[in-house]
Design a protein around this ligand. Structure first.
Ligand SMILES: CC(=O)N[C@H]1[C@@H](OP(=O)(O)OP(=O)(O)OC[C@H]2O[C@@H](n3ccc(=O)[nH]c3=O)[C@H](O)[C@@H]2O)O[C@H](CO)[C@@H](O)[C@@H]1O
Ligand SMILES: C=C(OP(=O)(O)O)C(=O)O
Length: 429
């Protein structure tokens, strides 16, 4: 089993390049199933295992996919299959997003129940309810969801109970090829939604309001493949901002959109850290004495759940009592015990973690419990006394490209020890 070994105490310096966003590229790849003409060329695509899993799913569905360093070309103009099997879907929640495009293009889909990080139950009733309003019917058979329409989806007025990112993406894609106009209310406002809408609009779609809570989609007869550059990964960027803060270092992030990171920036500023942004770059200027804070995860533009564990790592090093309340996923505190193994004092009161910070972290052998927890434990290792060994790196590989190499280039004492022959190779087909 691969492991990352980090020796704490080094200051970081220099700059780091941020990759294309995992949470943007996955829906954009799925939307590449929509065009009946031409092919799409996606650039700024991160080399992640989630991207490999999704391109495998697209191929299995009948799309032609060519992958090169940072670029994926998808041609879905040939007939597609409508069956997304368990072995791929179970690896990744984003697989559920193929429901919308398959129903829109073929009037049917068969999808195994989703996977992803074990951070809580991942219900999809908001996806299903919205698609039902557009005329689809569903049944559950042997762990699969089968959906049907009588030919085409119909535009509808849909209000989500909660601004689910996945449901918003699924419904945007479905409505893009539906008959008539769809109004989506109380939808997610994440930057990844805007990226998806921009991509579909460039293909000939008619979507307005993406990035607000009310999106209107006028269905079109067909879409045509286009080139699209994926937006920068705000969560990878945020993770490196915390790396700077936790090591009391000044670093610069390149290829970022500062406006996507406002809630994190505001919290870091409350703690006493200075953040300067200019022209797709962010500079983090640390401070010796940070202040404790309270954080609550919320749908965008609130504080992202995907930054919760990294922020927790930082708060363990800050003198005083901080709190983090997780409102998005009920089981996203599995890293608390791992931080405890590193001498952190964190107690859980329902969905709030109370962090008594400032007790020196001690290097330990810890286990990544999910994707962001993997990064957070490595961040804690940067500040801990002695060596921290982080295992279960398959989680890390879902969402971070060369994390240890980037940290090492910034000056961290870190290495990844691979099991012979088991290292993930980039897909080159
Ligand atoms: C709002 C939010 O922060 N969403 C995050 C979520 O997106 P993702 O699309 O995975 O999740 P959703 O936004 O759909 O779900 C957020 C919440 O809504 C619930 N839910 C969702 C759909 C549904 O049909 N029924 C239902 O109850 C989920 O259980 C969860 O508690 O995980 C991604 C990966 O960590 C993040 O990038 C997203 O920012
Ligand atoms: C948990 C994450 O991803 P997923 O929803 O794909 O599991 C994440 O990006 O932090």
């Amino acid at each position: 089993m691969d492991k990352i070994i980090v020796k704490g105490g080094n200051r970081l310096t220099g700059s780091v390049n941020i990759e294309g966003s995992k949470n943007a590229v996955l829906p954009v790849l799925v939307a590449s199933l929509l065009p009946v003409k031409g092919s799409s060329v996606l650039t700024n695509v991160p080399n992640l295992s989630d991207v490999d899993t999704l391109t495998s799913l697209l191929k299995l569905l009948g799309a032609k996919v060519e992958t090169e360093e940072g670029t994926v070309k998808v041609d879905s103009s040939n007939g597609l299959s409508y069956n997304a099997p368990y072995d791929l879907v179970s690896k990744m929640r984003a697989s559920m997003l193929v429901m919308g495009p398959l129903l829109a293009r073929y009037g049917k889909c068969k999808i195994a129940m989703p996977g992803g990080c074990a951070i809580g139950s991942r219900p999809i009733e908001q996806h299903i309810k919205g698609l039902e309003k557009m005329g689809a019917t569903f049944r559950n058979i042997d762990g699969n969801i089968e959906g049907h329409t009588d030919g085409t989806l119909k535009g509808a007025k849909i209000s989500l109970d909660f601004p689910s990112v996945g449901a918003t993406q699924n419904l945007i894609m479905a409505a893009s090829l539906a008959d008539g106009v769809t109004h989506l209310e109380n939808v997610a406002m994440e930057p990844e939604i805007e990226d998806l809408a921009d991509y579909i609009n460039d293909m000939g779609g008619r979507i307005t309001g993406a990035g607000t809570s009310h999106i209107v989609i006028e269905g079109v007869k067909e879409l045509t493949g286009v080139d699209h550059k994926v937006i920068p990964d705000r969560i990878e960027a945020g993770t490196f901002m915390i790396a700077a803060a936790i090591t009391n270092s000044e670093i610069t992030l390149k290829n970022v959109v500062a406006d996507h990171l406002l809630s994190l920036v505001s919290k870091l500023e409350d703690m006493g850290i200075k953040i300067l942004d200019n022209d797709n770059e962010i500079k983090v200027i640390p401070s010796e004495r940070l202040k404790p804070i309270s954080v609550k995860t919320m749908p965008h533009p609130g504080f992202p759940t995907d930054m919760q564990s990294q922020m927790m790592a930082l708060l363990t090093t800050v003198q005083g009592t901080s709190t983090i309340t997780e409102t998005i996923f009920e089981n996203r505190f599995m890293h608390v015990d791992e931080f405890g193994n590193m001498n952190a004092d964190i107690s859980l009161e329902n969905n709030t973690a109370v962090i008594k910070g400032g007790i020196a972290l001690q290097g330990a052998r810890v286990k990544a419990t999910d994707l962001r927890a993997a990064a957070a434990l490595i961040l804690a290792g940067l500040a801990a006394e002695g060596y921290t060994v982080v295992t279960e790196l398959r989680h890390l590989d879902r969402g971070y490209v060369d994390f240890h190499k980037k940290l090492s280039q910034l000056g961290a004492d870190i290495e990844r020890v691979s099991d012979e022959g088991k290292k993930r190779e980039p897909v080159t087909n």
